[in-house]
Ligand binder design. Structure first.
Ligand SMILES: *Cc1c(COP(=O)(O)O)cnc(C)c1O
Length: 391
């Protein structure tokens, strides 16, 4: 309208920066309060006028981060959990004995190990299929028996990409739900629900919070169905809930999500391009490289960049990879990813015997430092390379 009273719906970056623009109705505070209360008062007639009973079921500090995540993912509802693992395992806790699950061979190793353990104990039946192999996935599906198809895209640590839309079609045709672990993409770069996923899972410990000071997880659902109700009941019954202080910190971190993700993805792209031509490198895994096996799918499914995580294989084998990880000075030699500080990890020893990860692979999580400094650090640590950047 001419008087400007009608504006377009705010873009996701605006929603995140303003945490949906909410203002505390009582105090007009722009920054929300933290509600540490474990319990809520009943009215004389025994009802709960505040709508809440006990913090294991619901805490008001969750409302704003859950609503923001719902909006950013384009879902219908979200729930926070005490960790990414708590969010992931809650999904499998809702299954019945003998239900069938299909998951990729390359995925976050703790979830894979948990699934394999459940299968060994006879709780579920499990097929692990090669990432991105649509034919293998369709062969593994058992119509009417497969309940969950799990994808992780990009996958940790080799950045393998799965076509979410094609996988969703196959899963739905078999009567299964598609869950996407979208930790590495974040809603800034990919929104799996738009491609047909039923649930999105996040380790909010990583880029959603972004400062490596909160352990948290989240699920976002495309529909508030009976399965979503079971997930909510399970969270409350097992107490896999986030503390209110952590929920508050997570919301604070999410306000800068778009700045951090864009910066880190651009820096990761530049570092991947620099590594590709380095003589001390065997192979670089980054979906933003045209040489990456899944680049075309990634380019179609993601926008605004390809993420903060990349991996590469060091010429000279596992011992040389270990040496390089130790020789980096700015990159901290530590596990995890998605913080403002860049990290390096020699990955195979962490995952242990049986891992599909090559033993000469180093995984980098790119933070928000000056990218020239990071390239310079890699240059000084790698042998046989160009001299360190002078910047
Ligand atoms: C870290 C991570 C998880 C597990 O999350 P936690 O918050 O550490 O429990 C799951 N999936 C991916 C892709 C991760 O990187």
């Amino acid at each position: 309208m001419a008087d400007g009273s009608q504006i377009h719906p705010p873009k996701p970056a605006t929603l995140a920066a303003q945490a949906l623009g909410r203002v505390d109705p009582l105090t007009r505070a722009i920054i929300p309060p933290i509600h540490p209360s474990a319990t809520y008062e009943r009215a004389p007639d025994g009802t709960y006028p505040g709508g809440r009973t006990y913090t294991r079921d619901h805490n008001p500090t969750y409302d704003q981060p859950e609503s923001l995540l719902t909006a950013l993912e384009g879902g219908q509802a979200a729930r926070l959990f005490s960790s990414g693992m708590a969010a992931a395992t809650t999904i499998f806790e809702t299954l019945d004995i003998g239900d069938h699950v299909v998951a990729p061979q390359q995925m976050y190793w703790s979830i894979r190990r948990w699934l394999q353990d459940l299968a060994t104990r006879g709780r579920i039946e499990l097929d692990l299929v090669p990432n991105g192999d649509q034919a293998a996935l369709e062969r593994a599906l058992r119509p009417g028996r497969t309940r969950i198809v799990w994808v992780e895209t990009p996958a940790n640590p080799t950045c393998a990409i799965t076509d979410i839309a094609a996988t969703a079609r196959a899963a739905h045709a078999a009567g299964a739900r598609l869950v996407a672990d979208s930790t590495l993409a974040t809603p800034v770069l990919c929104r799996p629900i738009e491609h047909g996923a039923d649930l999105v899972m996040h380790s909010a410990t990583k880029q959603l919070n972004g400062h490596a000071d909160v352990l948290a997880g989240a699920l976002v659902t495309a529909s508030q169905d009976e399965f979503w109700e079971r997930i909510g009941q399970d969270r409350g019954s097992r107490g896999a809930v986030l503390g209110p202080f952590e929920a508050w910190l997570l919301l604070r971190g999410m306000r800068t999500l778009f700045l951090r993700v864009s910066h880190s993805a651009a820096a990761a792209q530049r570092i991947a391009e620099w590594l590709v031509s380095h003589p001390g490198i065997v192979e670089v895994f980054y979906p933003g490289l045209p040489s990456h096996r899944d680049h075309a799918v990634a380019a179609r499914q993601m926008s605004g960049g390809f993420g903060m995580l990349l991996s590469f294989r060091v010429a000279g084998g596992a011992a040389e990879a270990k040496r390089v990880a130790g020789a980096l000075r700015l990159f901290k030699n530590a596990t995890s990813l998605g913080g403002v500080e860049s990290l390096v990890e020699h990955r195979a020893p962490v995952e242990g015997p049986g891992t599909p990860v090559p033993d000469d692979l180093l995984r980098l999580s790119i933070g928000i430092e000056a990218v020239d400094d990071l390239v310079g650090d890699l240059a000084q640590a790698l042998r046989n390379g160009p001299s360190p950047a002078t910047a």
